[in-house]
Ligand binder design. Sequence first.
Ligand code: UDP
Length: 235
Amino acid sequence: MKYKRILLKLSGEALMGNQQYGIDPIRINEYAKQIKEIHESGVEVAIVIGGGNIYRGVQAEASGIDRVQGDYMGMLATVINAMAIQSTLENHGLYTRLMSGIKMEAVCEPFIRRRAVRHLEKGRIVIFGAGIGNPYFTTDSTASLRAIEIEADVVLKGTRVDGVYTADPEKDSTATKIPNLSFEEAIRGGYSVMDTTAFTLCQENNVPIIVFDMNTSGNLLDIVKGKENVGTLIS
Ligand code: UDP
């Protein structure tokens, strides 16, 4: 395996599948199967999950809710998704731990870095919920930060498209896929695939990011095995 410890970032929207809102049971089970596959091949897996399928902080301002309040609502939405993915992974026979950036003893452990690493070493899948626990951040930045903290080899950003494109491929038919990008290019190019904070954290700490299509079964395993040109490598 090319990567021994990975941080998988899944957006909340990815969990919607073909629905307009919420969690698609078929999609979440497909993801669990792929995660199980790489875990069985000996890779240590940590997961950061977004909340965009339920709530986003920026929505708050439009609806007259205070931005900070909205961000906390977004963080709580990520915990709902994290609990769903935890339960689904357990149904597939995996051992998991859910750690939260906001204290919530009844449902998850608080995030303690050394404990997270220990869980991974014991073969548990660690899910990080509630982002970093602070407003004005995103779960992409959380993915970069947690990856650095647990010394993951790579951030794997699972999306619905197979990498970074010159334009939005769902809107522009002339858009072409970019196989490799430097962090400078990713930041200067203003690609909306991740925010600048997420890129900068990984750049400064030498953690590569691979943006790939999580909806194509087998991609995740190919990446951890070291197959090239699956998605876009940002390094
Ligand atoms: N959020 C936050 N701090 C964090 C992580 C998330 O305030 O550390 C809030 C923010 O409002 C964000 C929402 O939680 O809009 C949901 O996360 P995100 O939009 O990153 O989810 P995704 O787009 O990956 O589904």
